[in-house]
Write a new protein. Structure first.
Length: 175
């Protein structure tokens, strides 16, 4: 600590400026980090997929809800099948510090498979942040969601099991 009237030596001043520049450059290069968050919930399959549940992880903790619908004709490809469809829609994530709304982007797909006891929907969704409140009021970024929805409809020990369970992983970077 310098006393009153003392001056910092030039070599020490240069070292202090160099250290500050390195710290600032490191922070700028690091930028926002990609984070993963787990989603758990359920859905309703009607003319689209109404999803809802909880999320917890690197992007925060809270609830989510949204709707995704098929946005074009079904298809099969070497990377998606047996039956796939492009998606449209949006998802809102609500937490203690605010809400974040993301819209489904082109290239997002749902893969659909139905067998006697189960129906499977596997979503590969690209999301773009389009709005927010509170802490997320000025948030921007792109997120990727892999989301699986399984509808069980079978007899188990004389009882008809008819329910949908969902789980997924949301990754991405918010700025």
């Amino acid at each position: 600590m310098l006393g009153r009237g003392e001056r910092l030596r030039p070599s020490a001043a240069v070292a202090a400026v160099a250290i500050a520049a390195c710290v600032a450059a490191g922070a700028a290069l690091a930028g926002p980090r990609e984070r993963a968050t787990a989603l758990t919930g359920s859905s309703q399959w009607t003319s689209g997929y109404a999803i809802a549940g909880t999320f917890d992880g690197g992007l925060g903790r809270g609830t989510y809800s949204g709707t995704m619908t098929a946005a074009g004709p079904t298809f099969t490809s070497s990377t998606c099948g047996p039956v796939c469809a492009p998606l449209a829609g949006s998802i809102t994530f609500s937490g203690r510090v605010g809400t974040l709304t993301a819209s489904v982007q082109p290239g997002s797909v749902v893969s659909m498979e139905d067998i006697a006891s189960h129906s499977f929907r596997d979503f590969r969704v690209q999301l773009r942040v389009v709005g927010g409140t509170g802490h997320y009021a000025h948030a921007r970024g792109r997120l990727s969601l892999t989301y699986s929805s399984v509808w069980t409809h079978e007899w188990v020990n004389g009882v008809f099991d008819d329910g949908i369970a969902d789980a997924g992983t949301l990754t991405g970077t918010l700025r």
